[in-house]
Design a protein around this ligand. Structure first.
Ligand code: ADP
Ligand code: TZD
Ligand code: MG
Length: 571
């Protein structure tokens, strides 16, 4: 085995820094996303020398998002490298989000001198990082000695991947990085964990219970979540859905697990199916706020639930689950297919016809919106152009964030393949845009279109320099309505300050990418948008389109205005 740390093959000692790189290599790590500085700069250099790709960011949060999404796409933990205290904290938001989303990720952070931190004597960037990380992650570990590197890395990987995947924090102390160890002993200690994400086969009683419930349904529904996308169970799922004829509803990031234009896709009849389904089978989807917790006026109060999930404690989290199936999704559906025959599950024609009728009526309403030309453009006529151009690019990543920019894109732009739609996820968080774009381009090897609200873009906009520096095939399309939700609100004070939702009217985001040598476009009409997007995507190189949208067309809080408390006292 190569010792990447020492250029001298005869050296008898290695140190923590080199051994950590060796451990990452042994575990097949191909890329590290981070920001360097004391004490991890050399670590990144050694990693690069060892053939691990190092992608240097402008802010740790974006590096963390890149690591998280690479974990989601590859089922291997994405690695984020940060410096102590502030760098660690900047990355922690992304690590927490990875945990909430169920994406495997490891944040490795340098940390300062334990003796000084523990006595609070004011070390350079001193912070009790491991304990701060704990509430936000599946586990936090610290490596204090080179002898523990192999086990520390293996534990981090196994924890990030097994059960419900998530974030792990790995603390590496400055002192440990320069501690030495006998080379042979060090290399003998290295290993990759065997079967870190073991398959989990559900018990057949649970599977039969679920099938029985489904066989009694007159209006069954399958909801596909991003857990199914992560599980890469699209083959099994397609077989099950097509054999049973049951309609399905994809959650946002699960769009494309089965194509959106599949005849059984009920996305365009969402209210109908949630309101009427009598048996709902959740596949890698949680009954959280994104599904109104399975309660309230959107849901049939008598609906019965089947839930396929790797995490037993997810069951009954919001509503009673009559048929819990605890296992990994691929094994669970395999077993359901296997045991299906005596149950004779077949979705009735009446249910499917009522769904088709609503789908058709809604499609006509949508078509009218998409085809209405306005000047300036609105979300619908601009997104129709995007959707048309993307017909030639069905296999690229679509990163998406914002409020109206998010909700309308989700509704207008169909997905045809699994794991291509990457968005704000479980927390509905702004700031994932450029990190996800970079992480997907680097790990997935496909080009990216990021559709961004103007506010959303601002959270990670500086990373367009990173995109240009690494010459990544990323096109950023900013739906620029001049503000958060809309760009026409008047200030409420007397000093002329803009309203809280306002951003710069007529901001020219395209000029930002010119500073870094990327291609820039500013578009005001659907014709200009079509031309710019066509050229930008064909170029497969860094590009940014500033798309001017009518400031008055956005809806406050997008589709989740119901969650927004309004003051009861008139001012
Ligand atoms: P969505 O936001 O798309 O509804 P969620 O993130 O809420 O999806 O839910 C995903 C669920 O999938 C989580 O509860 C997680 O435990 C589960 N999950 C993730 N990977 C697997 C897997 N391989 N097998 C089974 N369940 C999984
Ligand atoms: N901060 C973070 C980290 N996440 C958030 N979700 C918010 C703030 C609040 N927020 C939203 O929920 S959407 C949004 C913010 C600031 C931006 C909406 O404006 P936009 O999109 O320009 O991105 P539209 O098209 O104007 O609605
Ligand atoms: Mg906006």
């Amino acid at each position: 085995m190569m010792n990447y740390l020492t250029d001298n093959p005869n050296a008898s000692l290695t140190d923590g820094m080199h051994l950590l790189v060796d451990a990452l290599k042994v575990n097949g790590v191909e890329a590290i996303f981070g920001v360097v500085g004391i004490p991890v700069t050399d670590l990144a250099r050694y990693a690069q020398k060892a053939g691990i790709r190092y992608i240097g960011f402008r802010h740790e949060q974006s590096a963390g998002h890149a690591a998280a999404i690479s974990g989601y796409l590859t089922k291997k933990p994405g690695i984020c490298l940060t410096v102590s205290a502030p760098g660690f904290l900047n990355g922690l938001t992304a690590l927490a989000e990875a945990t909430v989303n169920g994406f495997p990720m490891i944040q490795i952070s340098g940390s300062s001198d334990r003796n000084i931190i523990d006595l609070q004597q004011g070390d350079y960037e001193g912070l009790d990082q491991m304990n701060i990380a704990k509430p936000f992650v599946k586990a936090a570990y610290r490596i204090n000695r080179p002898q523990d590197i192999a086990v520390g890395v293996a534990r981090a990987i196994r924890t990030a991947l097994s059960g419900r995947p998530g974030g792990v924090y790995l603390d590496i102390t400055t002192a440990m990085l320069s501690m030495t160890m006998d080379v042979e002993e060090a290399q003998a200690s290295l290993f990759a964990p065997v079967d870190p994400a073991p398959i989990q086969i559900p018990c057949s009683t649970a599977v039969k219970r679920a099938l029985k419930l489904l066989s009694n349904a007159t209006k069954p529904l399958i909801i596909i979540g991003k857990g199914a996308a992560y599980a890469q169970a699209e083959g099994q799922l397609k077989e099950f859905i097509e054999k049973t004829g049951i309609p399905f509803l994809p959650m946002s990031m699960a769009k494309g697990v089965l194509p959106d234009d599949h005849p059984q896709c009920a996305a365009a009849a969402r209210s109908l199916v949630l309101g009427q389904a009598d048996v709902v089978m959740l596949v890698g989807a949680r009954l959280n706020w994104l599904l109104n917790h399975g309660k309230g006026k959107k849901w049939n109060p008598n609906a019965k639930f089947i839930q396929l999930d790797v995490s037993a404690e997810e069951m009954d989290s919001n509503r009673e689950i009559e048929a819990p199936v605890v296992g990994d999704i691929a094994s669970s559906i395999d077993l359901m297919l296997c045991k299906m025959e005596p149950f004779n599950i077949k979705c009735g024609d009446a249910w499917m016809h009522s769904i088709q009728a609503v789908k058709q009526a809604n499609a006509e309403k949508m078509k009218a919106k998409l085809e209405t030309v306005t000047q300036p453009m609105n979300y619908f006529n601009s997104l129709k152009v995007v959707s048309d151009v993307l017909q030639d690019y069905k296999d690229i990543y679509l990163v998406n964030e914002g409020a109206n920019a998010l909700d309308n894109t989700r509704n207008v732009v169909n997905m045809y393949h699994p794991r291509l739609r990457l968005d704000t996820g479980t927390w509905g968080v702004m700031g994932v845009g450029m990190g996800y774009s970079i992480g997907a381009a680097v790990t997935g090897g496909k080009q990216v279109l990021a559709i961004e609200g103007d506010s959303a873009f601002g959270f990670s906009g500086m990373e367009i320099e990173t995109i240009c520096r690494y010459r990544l095939p990323v096109t950023v399309l900013i739906l620029n309505n001049g503000g958060i939700y809309r760009g026409d609100e008047k200030g409420h004070g007397t000093n002329g300050d803009p309203a809280p939702t306002m951003l710069m009217p007529e901001a020219r985001y395209d000029r930002m990418i010119e500073a870094f040598g990327g291609k820039a476009y500013n578009v005001n009409t659907t014709e200009e948008l079509e031309a710019a997007l066509t050229i930008a995507l064909a170029s497969k190189s860094p590009s940014l389109i500033n798309c001017v949208i009518d400031p008055s067309v956005g809806v406050e809080s997008g589709h989740i205005g119901n969650l927004n408390p309004h003051s009861t006292i008139k001012s």
